[in-house]
Design a protein around this ligand. Sequence first.
Ligand SMILES: C[S@@+](CC[C@H](N)C(=O)[O-])C[C@H]1O[C@@H](n2cnc3c(N)ncnc32)[C@H](O)[C@@H]1O
Length: 261
Amino acid sequence: MAHLKSHVKRLLGWQAMSHPPAVPAPEPPRHDPPLDGPAAELLARAKAYYWFHSIDLGNGVVTPGSKSVELLCAEANAIFGPLDLRGKSVLDIGAWNGNFSFEAKQRQAARVLATDHHCWTQDVKGRDTFQLAKAALNLEIDELDIDVPELTPDRVGQFDVVLFLGVFYHLVDPIQALQNLAALTKEVAVVESHLDMGNVERPAMVFYPGAELNNDPTNWWGPNRQCMEALLKLVGFGRIAYQPHPIVGSARGIFHAYKQS
Ligand SMILES: C[S@@+](CC[C@H](N)C(=O)[O-])C[C@H]1O[C@@H](n2cnc3c(N)ncnc32)[C@H](O)[C@@H]1O
């Protein structure tokens, strides 16, 4: 499990900051009454897996994720706050445990397609966790195991809203992925990413050829805000709205990229 945890931690990108901004201290553990019956069984099944997302499955069961419920809530508000998902189609690229797919459906998206490959096919058994949570929440969400470079309109169609959260810097060729992202998007794509080079005013992006970023060989790129905005415009988005990450600030960014200006 220790090996698995370090593998997962490396995927997160949170250790990317040489001077991490202050994150609120974790709250002391709560002593909720012990669960019993089906809730206890569900919690026991959930605890058999590694979780990135802490997802409230109801009846007191929360998956033990490395991203807390509070962090995910702050991210969801930043990501979905500017959007009205009612009746929209949503594609979640790199869904892992599925928190943002579930959130989109709960915010009344008409159709949600959750996709992943890396974490769905490796030791972390991300697809099993996604399916466990989806069943517990009783949400109707489509799913597809597909790697990011394969994601094109020919394969999956187009979506009103496309989520590209925490994935950009894991790709060797993120610019091709952004081109595909623009082709997949009818209205707006939301890109959340690790950022670097904040001290450079011109568009710039660091290449990490080895495991320099968080000791993770799957982390390749660290763009600055100007670079991400310029790349999104290059691939065909007309207007970009930027927010620093609601918890870690400018070490990560959230970009709403609209097709129409
Ligand atoms: C940091 S997690 C982000 C999960 C979720 N979207 C979020 O924001 O909480 C990175 C995601 O990128 C996916 N991914 C896609 N291509 C990848 C690659 N080449 N290397 C590593 N992860 C990759 C992983 O499977 C994982 O779901």
